[in-house]
Design a protein around this ligand. Structure first.
Ligand code: HEM
Length: 139
């Protein structure tokens, strides 16, 4: 995988993530609620304590978004996360629902700041996460 993210996309994704920060807990709640509506079969894969799960997701997104311009760091973090996810039962097709839930939660929590440009930037960023997480694992 040899994809770099254009600096404008990085800046837009980072700025919009900053906007979520004051209400990041509500954002992560919306994300999981939406995810389990989209793909109810996923719910059983998750621990019942979603509180700690939510904080781990937010911390990881924070770290990955912070590393969007640091390709080596982003790649190694995402690949390691992808290997752990293979162990959790995540399969490539599951990433579609996760991506939709993420975009949906961003739209909901960014409100008027969720412009088409923000949406497209996050789609691009999520595609990078997805590709790195599912790369080189023979799936
Ligand atoms: C970009 C996409 C994703 C990100 C950033 C992400 C992030 C995370 C993080 C940070 C954790 C905490 C544990 C760890 O760090 O290993 C986690 C756990 C988990 N993720 Fe994801 N995830 C993503 C996609 C998915 C997908 C597609 C699935 C589909 C099944 C999934 C299912 C799970 C499950 C089941 C756990 C809980 C594992 C356990 O504690 O038993 N994730 N995820």
């Amino acid at each position: 995988m040899n994809q770099r993210i254009n600096p404008r996309t990085v800046a837009i994704a980072q700025r919009s993530f900053e906007r979520l920060r004051p209400d990041v807990e509500a954002f992560s709640r919306s994300f999981y609620t939406r995810l389990f509506q989209i793909d109810p079969a996923l719910e059983v894969l998750f621990p019942t304590d979603l509180d700690s799960q939510r904080s781990k997701l937010v911390a990881m997104l924070d770290q990955m978004v912070g590393h969007l311009s640091d390709w080596d760091a982003l790649l190694s973090e995402s690949q390691a996360l992808g290997v752990r996810h293979a162990g959790y039962g995540a399969r490539p097709h599951h990433y579609v629902g996760v991506g939709s839930a993420l975009i949906w939660a961003l739209e909901r929590h960014l409100g008027p700041h969720f412009t088409p440009e923000v949406r497209d930037s996050w789609r691009e960023v999520y595609e990078v996460f997805f590709r790195a997480m599912t790369d080189n694992r023979g799936q």
